[in-house]
Design a protein around this ligand. Structure first.
Ligand code: ZN
Length: 314
């Protein structure tokens, strides 16, 4: 790890931008619901299509149901994966013309944390699609400050079981990844209470706490993690079919994740691309993919890498 001239821990920034987890103990009722859904999953599977828009931006579709995770497509230049690190004074922009090329409909938007590579396009996409937006108090306050439609925002904390038409969402408390000698991540902080001033720079978009989600759609159970960090207390023995897993974080974190969950059939790499590179070109690995693949393979999981704008169907 090196400290850039901007005082940002380099490897830590990259790892810190890329890593996820959970807190909270599942109650018996929730476990029962999960088991019932798992049984149902085996009986009634429908094709579920995952389309990757880079970073942790996924469109997950089954029939007419569409769920988006941290949909960020604008990709203004930040220098996050450069030797100098990201400039905290970088202005936030959201470009509808870019978003409109890819985003058509959505029923729900799952906000995992509030960093600049996750949140800035959510207000426009929410308004365009009329989707319900799930996030914690800080995520939603920052979205309100960015002029998101307030009546579509649903505040969650972890522990919720939310049935939608065509899918269900379970919310888990989580942790952002950290890294470096001092185990840091970029722009920590929260914005509880009153709506803060409108965020203008990437440093204004504090992490705000991290959530994880289990989306059950088409009979497939998908754990979505926006960074490599996770909380074993919350995910212990969780049963899912697919994990969206990010590289980076502390050494061995993905090995611990996969040992915490019940055996997972498929690991799909997420948040592995350098997002200063264009979305309409093949993704450029920022350097974490090899380790992620090794962890998935060692755990006996199928490892899947999807390129920019490509889809995979399960
Ligand atoms: Zn982050």
């Amino acid at each position: 790890m090196t400290v850039s001239r901007r005082g940002v821990l380099m490897g830590a920034t990259a790892a810190a931008i890329g890593g996820a987890g959970v807190v909270g103990v599942r109650g018996a009722g929730q476990a029962t619901a999960q088991q019932a859904e798992a049984q149902q999953a085996g009986a009634e599977r429908e094709p579920v299509e995952f389309t990757w828009w880079g970073n942790h931006a996924w469109q997950i579709r089954c029939g007419k149901s569409v769920v988006l995770t941290d949909p960020w497509l604008t990709r203004f230049h930040t220098g996050t994966y450069s030797a100098e690190g990201a400039d905290p004074a970088t202005r936030i922009v959201s470009k509808p013309a870019v978003i409109d090329r890819y985003v058509t409909t959505a029923d729900a938007i799952l906000v995992h944390h509030a960093h600049y590579d996750h949140l800035p396009d959510v207000p426009y996409i929410a308004r365009k699609t009329k989707a319900t937006v799930l996030g914690n108090e800080t995520h939603l306050n920052l979205l309100r400050a960015l002029r998101a439609p307030s009546d579509q925002l649903s505040q969650v904390t972890g522990g919720e079981y939310l049935p939608f038409e065509g899918f269900t969402v379970e919310v888990y408390k989580s942790l952002h990844s950290c890294g470096g000698k001092r185990h840091q991540f970029a722009y920590p902080g929260t914005r509880p209470g009153a709506v803060p001033p409108k965020p203008r720079t990437i440093a204004d978009l504090v992490e705000g706490g991290t959530l994880a989600y289990v989306l059950t759609i088409g009979g497939l159970r998908i754990l979505s993690l926006s960074t490599a960090g996770f909380d074993p207390g919350a995910l212990r023995d969780l049963q899912v079919d697919v994990v969206l897993a990010a590289p980076g974080g502390e050494p061995g974190v993905t090995d611990r994740l996969l040992a915490t969950l019940k055996p997972v059939k498929t690991v799909i790499a997420t948040h592995w691309d350098d997002f200063d590179q264009p979305l309409d070109k093949p993704a450029v690995d920022w350097g974490g993919l090899t380790k992620l693949r090794a962890s998935a393979t060692a755990a006996g999981s199928e490892f899947v890498v999807v390129d920019h704008l490509k889809s995979v169907t399960f």
